[in-house]
Design a protein around this ligand. Structure first.
Ligand SMILES: [Ca+2]
Ligand SMILES: [Ca+2]
Length: 350
């Protein structure tokens, strides 16, 4: 009876998959000679539950046409995961400024991949989807994890990413009319810098964020950092926008750091204390006012690097979440009282 109970608790798509006897497969892609040479070739044969795994390399050939008529380097079918074997540093999907990087259908996932030089810039007569999401255009329930989204462009919304849920991802040097980094997405533990919008939202346009760092973005019209959305446990600082809205316009903030001081609970407007912003290193230095000043979020128990949250960043015996994408490791703190200091336990010191 226990087995029946467990089965009935499974979500509908998983149950159908099991009932049909379908086995999830892993499709290996390797430019030097795997079963598939391009992500597109593997994606064309993948179905829900399958995993497409990329060997290290730069994937700059092959393309698929998506429903909106524009081509992407790869279109991930519904329910399929596209992931790298060895991480985003060594695994790149390159749009070569000719095609969009990745189109993601419902329930698909993109894990540990760099997406660069994608473009979605069809003419003004084309549907808005064909002009949005230069790096990635994602269904609302698609998930992007541990990726780097760099130097992509869109004619309308979301130069880096349009849509989806984004976690532990760096978005930098992307460009769009609205939402240089991202548009209409949910962001967690992600860093957005050096993105640019011609109009509103240099970093993000109509996104919500938790534990994000948004800095050094530009909007030529307004809202250099973020336009609209709700930002929690986040840092939105040092962005540039015209018309008196450097960091944000019509956005809501809770337990966040921005300037001018936003209305709302727990917000601060002090200098966040970045480690080396000139070198785009937005980790916190002691005594940053963002350390141990965020609110508890039970959905977010790690940071952008996978370091656990919350840690006791000011060594006062109480562990609280930090604002921004990175949790600070205090040199003397031992948050879990096991005799091993946090810095040693989480790899910042030998
Ligand atoms: Ca902390
Ligand atoms: Ca410890």
């Amino acid at each position: 009876m226990m087995i029946h109970t467990a089965l009935f608790r499974l979500s509908a798509p998983v149950f159908v998959l099991l009932a049909a006897g379908a086995a999830a497969r892993t499709l290996h892609v390797d430019p030097a000679g795997g079963a598939y040479r391009t992500p597109a070739a593997a994606a064309a044969e993948a179905s829900a539950g399958d995993v497409i795994e990329l060997a290290p390399g730069v994937y700059g050939s092959g393309a698929q046409t998506a429903e909106d008529g524009i081509r992407s380097r790869v279109r991930i079918p519904a329910g399929v995961t596209l992931r790298s074997r060895e991480g985003a540093e060594v695994t790149v999907i390159d749009g070569a400024r000719e095609v969009r990087g990745v189109r993601m259908m419902s329930g698909s996932r993109l894990i540990g991949i760099t997406v660069r030089n994608g473009t979605a810039s069809a003419g003004p007569e084309a549907p808005v989807t064909a002009r949005s999401g230069g790096g990635v255009y994602a269904a609302e329930d698609a998930r992007i994890l541990d990726c780097v989204i760099v130097s992509n462009a869109a004619g309308m919304y979301g130069g880096g990413i349009y849509g989806g849920g984004i976690e532990r991802t760096i978005l930098r040097d992307n460009h769009a009319r609205r939402g240089g980094g991202a548009a209409y997405a949910e962001l967690i533990n992600s860093v957005l810098y050096a993105n640019r919008a011609e109009h509103f939202g240099g970093g993000a346009y109509r996104c919500d964020g938790v534990h994000c760092t948004v800095a050094g973005n530009i909007a030529e019209f307004g809202a250099g950092g973020v336009f609209e959305g709700t930002w929690e446990n986040s840092i939105v600082m040092y962005n540039r926008g015209a018309h008196g809205s450097r960091n944000s316009l019509w956005a809501a903030f809770v337990y966040s750091c921005s300037d001018p001081l936003p209305r709302g609970k727990g917000n601060i407007d002090e200098a966040p204390g970045f480690l080396d912003p000139a070198q785009r290193d937005y980790r916190l230095i002691y005594p940053s006012p963002c350390i141990d000043r965020g609110a508890f979020r039970d959905r977010v128990m790690e940071d952008c690097n996978g370091t656990p949250r919350p840690l006791d960043g000011n060594n006062d015996g109480v562990a609280d979440h930090d604002m921004g994408a990175y949790e600070y490791l205090h040199p003397s703190a031992d948050t879990d009282n096991d005799g091993v200091r946090d810095r040693v336990e989480w790899g910042a010191e030998q």
